[in-house]
Design a protein around this ligand. Structure first.
Ligand code: NAG
Ligand code: NAG
Ligand code: NAG
Ligand code: NAG
Length: 912
C-alpha cells in the first residue's frame, strides 16, 4: 500500500518537476530570446559584453531571483537602431531606460509590471496612444525630446494610478492640458509634471487646485499655440517648489503666494501678466530664483530679499512698473488707480497703456484730467468683468464716472455716494444687482440695462461664498461655454461649407484644363512636359507624376502664369534682367505694368532632365503648402512649351552671401551685428516653421547664405526649396539621395544620407558661424586643417583670446555686442554638434536668439499669425498688391514682436 502510494507519488512528483522545469526554462528562454533580439536591433556594442548565454550576467541588465529581466538600463550609449516589439514579452520588466541615444522607430508596448520608463532624447517617432493602458505600477515616466507625431496627452495615462513623475517635454502634444492631473484625479501622488515645449493651448485646468504637484513645467509652448488664461490656480497649489510657466500667453495678476513655503524657483517671464507683484511673493522666504521679465506687470518695481536671483526686471521690455527704482513706491494717484483695476483683474488693455508714474501727464487710457486732477473716469465699452471698486471714492476730483457697457457684476459700493464732485454715474448695461445706495440729488444716475438692479437677490447668485453656489456658477459657465462652443462650431461649419462651395464654383469657371498628367516617357525624349490634358470635373488639381513615381498634388488655380506674360515682364528674359544664377537655372527680375517687381526663376533649357523636373515639382509642391513671413513666397509658376518657371516675390537686397562676403565688390556696407542677429532669427523662424508644420515636416536640406534673401528692411526670407523633402507621414528620418552643399552638410547626412531636421540645424549653425566670422563655410585657400569653418570655429571657441580674433573685423564690438556674439557662438557650436541628437531643435534656437534682439517699443497688437493668407483666386498683380499691403500693415508688429518665447525646459532633465 505504502509502496504503491510512493510509486504513484514518485511518478507524479517527477512529472510535476518536469513540467515545472520546462516552464521555468521556457520562460527563461523567452526572456533570453527577447534580449537577443534586442541585442541585434540596437547593435549592442562590444563594450556591453552581451555574449554570455546567461542574459542575467549581461551588463546593464538586472534579473530577479527567478532569472526574469526586471531592468534594462542602456541610457547614454550612442545606440542606433530600434526596439523590438517583443520587449512586451519581458513580463517582469520594471525599469526600462534608454535615454539619450539615437534609437528610432516605434516605441513598443511594455509589460504592465513597468514602474520606470525613461526614453528621453531619442528619435522615436511613434508611441501607441494606449501605451499606458493598465500600467498601474508606473511611477516615473520621462519621454521628453522625441519626434513623436502630434498627439494629445493620452487618456490611457489615467490608468497609471501610481504616477509620481510625468515628464513629456518636446513630444508634440497638441490640444489642452487635460483636467486629470489634479489631486482629485487618478494620480494622487503626482509631484512632477513637465509639459514644456509642446503645442498646448488653452488654460491651466482648474482641477490642479489643491494638487500636491511640486514641479510644474509648462513653459515655452510653440508659437501660434501657447497656454492662456490666468495663473490663479497656482494660489491653491501650495506644494509647489518649481514653477515654469514662462513663454506662454498667460494674463491677469500673479496670485497670492503666501502659503507657498517651499517655492524656490518661479519663472513667469514672457507672458502678459499684469497687476502689482504681490508682497506675498517678494517676502517669500524659500524663494531663490524668480523671473518676471517681459510681462506687463504694474506698480512699484519689486524688491526681493537678499540672495534671491532676479532677472533683469526693469529695463527690459514691457513691464510697466511706475519707476525704475527697485522698491520705490508709486505716486498715491497711481496706487489708487491700480487698486481700482484690481477688482477688474488688472485688464491687459490698461496695463499695456498705463506707463510711468503720472496718469495725467502720460494720458492714461480711461482717465481724463483737468488741471492735473482726474475729472472723468471713462471705462465704457472695454469688456470689463469683475466688480466696482470702492476705491473710486479716493478720486475726490472726479465729476463723471462712466463704466457703462461692460460685464461688471456685484453691487454699487456705498462709498461712491461720498465722492464730493460727482455729477454723473453711468453704469448702464452691466450685470449689477442689489440695492442702489442713495446719492446726492444732483448726481445723474444711469443704471438701465442691469436686469437685477434693485433686487436684493440676483437671479443668478454669485455673492455667496458657499461652495455650492460656486459650483452651480461653474456649471452654468460650463453649460454656457458648451452652448457657445456649439454655436461657434456650427457657424464655422456653415462658413466652411459656403467657402468650399464658392471655391468649387470658382474652379468651375477656370477656363483652362484641369488635370495634367505627365508621363515619364516624355521626359526621355525631351518633349514638352504637359502631355495629356484631361478635363476632369475634379476642379483644378493637377497631378504631376514625376519619373521617380512621387506623386505631387499641386493646387493650380490662378498660380499658373502663361509664358507670354513672363516674357513680357522680363523683357524677353533679357541679360540685363538677370538677378542671379542658381543650381538649376537663372533668376530674372520682372516688372509688372503697375511697377511691382517679381523674381522669375527659369530652369535652364537642357537641364530639365529627370532630376531637374523632379526638383522643380518638389519646389512647387512644397511652396504651395508652406506660407510664412520668413519663407520666400511663390506667386505662380509656368509649365509651358519646354519651359519651367517659378515666380517669386522680389527681394531687393539680394542674398545674404553678398552682404557677408562680397559687400566690398558690390559697393555695400558690411552688416553690423544687430542686423545679422535679426537675419539669423528670421531664418530660424522660417526653418522652425518648416520643421513644425502640422501635417508634414519639411526639411530644407540646403540652407546657406546664398539661399537667404533680404528685403529692403533687411528682414530675411529663406528661399530655394528645390531640395526640400518632406518626411512622409510624420516620420522624421528619411534615407535620401544626397543633396546639399559641402561645408553646410551635417556629417551624419554626408556619411549615411540619413535625413532629419537636425541636418538643417547643422547648416544653420554653420551660417551663424559665417555671420560671426565673415568666413565662408569652405575656404580652400586656407591650410588643410582650417578649410572647414565648422571645425576651425569649434577649435577657436575653446579659448577666449582666439574667440575674440575670429570675430568678423567689420563688426563693431562693444560689450553688449560681445556678450550677444558669445551667446550666438555657443549656439552655433551647439547646432553643429557632431551627434545630431545633441543639436537643439529650431524652436530652441528661436528661443535663444529672440531675447537677444531688443524691442524698441511695446507691441500693442497680439502676435500675428505667421501664415500669410494669400488668395490666389485673383490676378497676379492683385495678389501681389494685397500681399504687400498685408506685409506693410503688419511690418511694425512683425518686428520681433514674439520675443515672448523663452528657452524651454531643456535643462530640466538634468536629473535623469
Ligand atoms: C485661449 O486660447 C484659446 C485657443 O487657443 C482660445 O479659444 C481662448 O479664447 C483663449 N482664452 C483666453 C482667455 O484668451
Ligand atoms: C482655492 O481653494 C479655495 C478653497 O478650496 C476655493 O474657494 C478657491 O476658489 C480656490 N481658488 C482657486 C483660484 O482655485
Ligand atoms: C531666470 O533668472 C535667473 C536669475 O537672474 C537667471 O539666472 C536665469 O537664466 C533666468 N532664467 C530664464 C529662463 O530666464
Ligand atoms: C486740483 O489740483 C490743484 C493743484 O494741481 C489742487 O490745488 C486742487 O486742490 C485740486 N483739486 C481737487 C478737487 O483735488
Amino acid at each position: 500500500m505504502m509502496k504503491h502510494a510512493l510509486g504513484l507519488g514518485g511518478s507524479y512528483i517527477y512529472r510535476i518537476v518536469w513540467v515545472f522545469f520546462v516552464l521555468v526554462t521556457s520562460v527563461r528562454s523567452q526572456d533570453a530570446e527577447v534580449m537577443n533580439i534586442l541585442k541585434d536591433m540596437i547593435n549592442a556594442p562590444i563594450s556591453f559584453q552581451w555574449t554570455d548565454p546567461d542574459i542575467c550576467k549581461w551588463k546593464h541588465i538586472v534579473c530577479d531571483s527567478t532569472k526574469h529581466v526586471t531592468s534594462i538600463q542602456i541610457g547614454n550609449q550612442n545606440l542606433q537602431g530600434s526596439l523590438p516589439k517583443e520587449l512586451e514579452k519581458l513580463t517582469r520588466l520594471e525599469s526600462f531606460e534608454c535615454q539619450s541615444n539615437s534609437l528610432a522607430g516605434s516605441f513598443p508596448y511594455l509589460s504592465k509590471s513597468l514602474r520606470k520608463l525613461r526614453i528621453r532624447g531619442n528619435m522615436f517617432n511613434f508611441i501607441p496612444n494606449d501605451f499606458f493602458k493598465g500600467m498601474s505600477n508606473l511611477q516615473d515616466v520621462r519621454i521628453d525630446d522625441n519626434p513623436f507625431p502630434q498627439w494629445q496627452v493620452p487618456e490611457s495615462l489615467k490608468d497609471c494610478v501610481s504616477l509620481r513623475t510625468f515628464s513629456a517635454q518636446n513630444v508634440g502634444f497638441i490640444g489642452t492640458i487635460p483636467d486629470f492631473f489634479g489631486s482629485d484625479g487618478p494620480f494622487p501622488g503626482l509631484v512632477y509634471l513637465a509639459l514644456s515645449g509642446n503645442y498646448l493651448e488653452g488654460a491651466l485646468p482648474a482641477s490642479l487646485s489643491g494638487s500636491p504637484i511640486e514641479n510644474l513645467l509648462v513653459n515655452g509652448q510653440h508659437s501660434n499655440f501657447k497656454l492662456n488664461g490666468t495663473i490663479a490656480v497656482l494660489q491653491n497649489m501650495t506644494s509647489l517648489k518649481q514653477v515654469w510657466v514662462n513663454g506662454n500667453s498667460f494674463t491677469g495678476p500673479i496670485p497670492d503666494l503666501s502659503h507657498h513655503d517651499q517655492l524656490v524657483d518661479l519663472n513667469l517671464r514672457d507672458n502678459q501678466l499684469t497687476g502689482v507683484v504681490p508682497p506675498s511673493l517678494t517676502s517669500l522666504q524659500s524663494l531663490k530664483v524668480v523671473n518676471l521679465t517681459n510681462n506687463f506687470l504694474q506698480g512699484p518695481p519689486p524688491m526681493f530679499r537678499d540672495g534671491v536671483q532676479v532677472d533683469n526686471i526693469i529695463d527690459r521690455r514691457r513691464n510697466q512698473f511706475c519707476t525704475n527704482m527697485l522698491g520705490q513706491p508709486c505716486n498715491a494717484l497711481v496706487n489708487v488707480l491700480l487698486s481700482i483695476v484690481e477688482t477688474l483683474g488688472y485688464p491687459l488693455e490698461f496695463a499695456k497703456n498705463w506707463q510711468g508714474n503720472d496718469p495725467c501727464a502720460n494720458k492714461w487710457i480711461g482717465i481724463v484730467c483737468y488741471n492735473e486732477n482726474i475729472s472723468v473716469i471713462n471705462f465704457q465699452n472695454m469688456g470689463l468683468t469683475g466688480t466696482i471698486s470702492p476705491s473710486f471714492v479716493k478720486l475726490q476730483s472726479v465729476t463723471k464716472l462712466l463704466i457703462a457697457n461692460n460685464g461688471l457684476t456685484g453691487t454699487i459700493p456705498i462709498e461712491l455716494t461720498s465722492m464730493p464732485l460727482l455729477k454723473e454715474l453711468d453704469a448702464s448695461n452691466n450685470q449689477l444687482y442689489g440695492k442702489v445706495p442713495s446719492f446726492r440729488k444732483d448726481v445723474v444716475l444711469k443704471l438701465n440695462g442691469n436686469p437685477d438692479i434693485g433686487n436684493d437677490k440676483p437671479i443668478s447668485p454669485s455673492t455667496s461664498s458657499s461652495s455650492n453656489n460656486i459650483n452651480s456658477e461653474r456649471n452654468t459657465e460650463k453649460i454656457v461655454g458648451v452652448v457657445v462652443g456649439i454655436i461657434i462650431l456650427l457657424g464655422l461649419v456653415v462658413l466652411l461649407v459656403v467657402k468650399f462651395k464658392k471655391k468649387l464654383k470658382h474652379r468651375g469657371k477656370v477656363q483652362n484644363p484641369t488635370t495634367i498628367v505627365v508621363h515619364p516617357r516624355h521626359y526621355e525624349n525631351g518633349s514638352p512636359a504637359m502631355t495629356s490634358i484631361t478635363s476632369g470635373g475634379e476642379g483644378n488639381i493637377a497631378t504631376l507624376i514625376s519619373p521617380m513615381r512621387n506623386t505631387y498634388q499641386v493646387e493650380v488655380g490662378n498660380m499658373l502664369i502663361s509664358i507670354k506674360v513672363l516674357r513680357e515682364v522680363t523683357n524677353n528674359f533679357s541679360e540685363n534682367n538677370i538677378l542671379g544664377k542658381g543650381g538649376f537655372g537663372i533668376v530674372y527680375k520682372g516688372e509688372l505694368q503697375d511697377g511691382t517687381k517679381i523674381a522669375v526663376k527659369r530652369m535652364q533649357l537642357g537641364l530639365v532632365d529627370e532630376k531637374g523636373l523632379s526638383e522643380f515639382m518638389s519646389e512647387i509642391a512644397v511652396l504651395t503648402k508652406v506660407r510664412h513671413k520668413h519663407l520666400v513666397a511663390l506667386l505662380g509658376y509656368c509649365l509651358e512649351e519646354n519651359e519651367r518657371l517659378l515666380v517669386f516675390e522680389y527681394m531687393p537686397q539680394g542674398a545674404l552671401s553678398v552682404h557677408l562676403f562680397n559687400w566690398k565688390r558690390e559697393g555695400l556696407k558690411p552688416l553690423e551685428w544687430k542686423p545679422r542677429l535679426g537675419i539669423a532669427l528670421d531664418v530660424a523662424r522660417g526653418v522652425e516653421y518648416l520643421h513644425g508644420l502640422t501635417q508634414q515636416i519639411f526639411i530644407h536640406r540646403d540652407l546657406k547664405p546664398s539661399n537667404i534673401l533680404l528685403g529692403d528692411d533687411m528682414r530675411a526670407k529663406v528661399s530655394d526649396f528645390g531640395l526640400v523633402r518632406h518626411a512622409p507621414d510624420g516620420k522624421t528620418s528619411v534615407q535620401t539621395r544626397l543633396a546639399g552643399t559641402f561645408g553646410y552638410m551635417a556629417p551624419e547626412y554626408a556619411a549615411t544620407g540619413r535625413l532629419t531636421t537636425k541636418v538643417d540645424v547643422y547648416s544653420f549653425g554653420v551660417i551663424l558661424m559665417e555671420m560671426i566670422t565673415g568666413r565662408k563655410a569652405l575656404d580652400n585657400n586656407l591650410p588643410e586643417e582650417d578649410v572647414l569653418l565648422a571645425a576651425w570655429f569649434r577649435r577657436m571657441l575653446q579659448n577666449k583670446d582666439s574667440f575674440l580674433t575670429m570675430i568678423d573685423p567689420t563688426i563693431e564690438v562693444d560689450e553688449e555686442t560681445l556678450h550677444s556674439i558669445s551667446i550666438v557662438a555657443e549656439l552655433a557650436g551647439h547646432c553643429c554638434a557632431r551627434d545630431p541628437c545633441q543639436r537643439p531643435d529650431m524652436s530652441y534656437v528661436v528661443n535663444v536668439l529672440s531675447p537677444l534682439i531688443e524691442v524698441w517699443r511695446p507691441t500693442d497688437q497680439p502676435e500675428v499669425d505667421d501664415i500669410y493668407g494669400i488668395n490666389f483666386d485673383v490676378t497676379l498683380p492683385e495678389a501681389l498688391k494685397r500681399w504687400q499691403a498685408f506685409e506693410g500693415r503688419n511690418s511694425l508688429d512683425l518686428t520681433y514682436s514674439d520675443s515672448s518665447m523663452h528657452p524651454s525646459g531643456n535643462n530640466t532633465n538634468s536629473n535623469i
